[in-house]
Design a binder for this molecule. Structure first.
Ligand SMILES: Nc1ncnc2c1ncn2[C@@H]1O[C@H](COP(=O)(O)OP(=O)(O)O)[C@@H](O)[C@H]1O
Ligand code: SF4
Ligand SMILES: [Mg+2]
Length: 341
């Protein structure tokens, strides 16, 4: 069976006001999400995560590339028509800041009922109150809070409302853009627990965006690492966390405290600022300049994603899977030459 979501060479360029130049927010990105699979998307602020998920949810038009969902190319459907497309109810999004994404004039009931009223089946609309109450139960929102407005709810309760709205139409793919980062740390854990439970109970696929790698490891089967508009590494979460191949991923992972002291890695500090995303040179590795392992070749040849020894593990670095490569950037590869794989 084909993947639930198949994204091919997806590209989004934003015009820079008053010039011909373009911000390369998402650049030639390809990946798949299988049915029931949970995929994490990580990378520092500004690397293009939100743009990518807004393309997938059709809140933005791609500049180029394809978005195939359940066998249909949804990337070509104009946003106004997508509102009525059958795929619309099957791809839903949970936003970063529930306070921002909830209508302040809607009660929790109205917020959760709104997608059912608009796109629900006749049966769902006929038994609206029952459906909303069931959804409240499903996300752990006490039914007596359904009459409240967002400002009368805590951050955690607001996000439960946002999640209930997103799952009301039983989507196949739930896209979560930093769903807990606006919440208190104590509330984050309960919302994550809820998300893990819902995924298992409802069999949804997740595209889970977060800069918190611990959360990604907990909640995902596979992970995509983005740097300046490009996916620089992807693979099974366990594999990428335990054996990161790209120098950028290694730096990210080195900042995650390992539960096992024996597995703890020395922290790799990244120095310098990322390159500009405006018309970056096509033949220079985007990480060059900040990369501890960069060499002259990296300034004249853009690395492409290539497979490593483990299934599904890809990295876009000339030296990513070099045999005998040091566990982290020590500069040894500067004289070590080419990778064997
Ligand atoms: N509407 C827009 N117009 C112009 N540039 C944008 C727009 N949205 C995002 N960008 C730029 O695209 C890049 C990626 O942004 P974003 O997708 O928000 O990254 P992230 O979610 O990883 O922080 C950034 O350089 C950002 O400034
Ligand atoms: S290609 Fe070069 S600059 Fe880019 S990540 Fe690899 S070593 Fe670093
Ligand atoms: Mg973002």
């Amino acid at each position: 069976m084909s993947a639930l979501l198949d994204v091919r060479a997806l590209t989004k360029r934003f015009p820079v006001r008053g010039s011909e130049r373009r911000v390369h927010a998402v650049d030639d990105v390809s990946f798949t999400i299988e049915r029931g699979e949970s995929v994490g998307l990580v990378g520092e602020s500004g690397c293009g995560k939100s743009t990518l998920v807004r393309l997938v949810t059709r809140l933005l038009d791609p500049s180029d590339g394809r978005i195939v969902f359940a066998g249909r190319d949804v990337g070509v459907i104009p946003p106004a028509q997508f509102t009525h497309a059958p795929e619309r109810r099957l791809i839903q999004m949970v936003f970063q800041d529930p306070a921002d994404s909830l209508n302040p004039r809607f009660t929790a009931f109205d917020t959760i009922a709104e997608p059912l009223r608009r796109l629900g089946t006749p049966a769902q609309r006929a038994a609206l109150a029952d459906h909303v109450a069931e959804l409240a139960d499903l996300v752990g929102l006490p039914r007596e809070l359904l009459g409240r407005f967002p400002h009368q709810l805590s951050g955690g309760q607001q996000q439960r409302v946002g999640i209930a709205r997103a799952i009301a139409l039983r989507p196949r793919l739930l896209v979560l853009d930093e769903p807990t980062s606006a919440l208190d740390v104590s509330v984050q854990a309960t919302i994550l627990h809820l998300l893990a439970e819902l995924r298992d109970r409802l069999g949804m696929s997740y595209l889970f965006v977060s800069h918190d790698l611990n959360l990604v490891r907990l909640l995902t089967d596979r992970v995509l690492v983005m740097y300046l508009g490009k996916i620089v590494e992807s693979g099974r979460s366990e594999e990428v966390f335990d054996r990161p191949a790209h120098p950028y991923t290694r730096a990210l992972m080195s900042a995650v405290p390992a539960p096992d002291p024996a597995a703890r890695r020395a922290r790799i500090a990244l120095v310098g600022e990322p390159r500009s995303p405006i018309d970056p040179p096509p033949t220079v590795c985007r990480f060059h300049g900040r990369c501890p392992d960069g060499v002259e070749r990296c300034t004249r040849e853009m690395p492409v994603l290539r497979p490593g020894p483990a299934a599904d593990h890809l990295a876009a670095c000339h030296f990513g899977f070099a045999v005998g490569a040091p566990a982290q950037g020590s500069g040894a590869r500067r004289s070590g030459g080419e990778p064997a794989a």
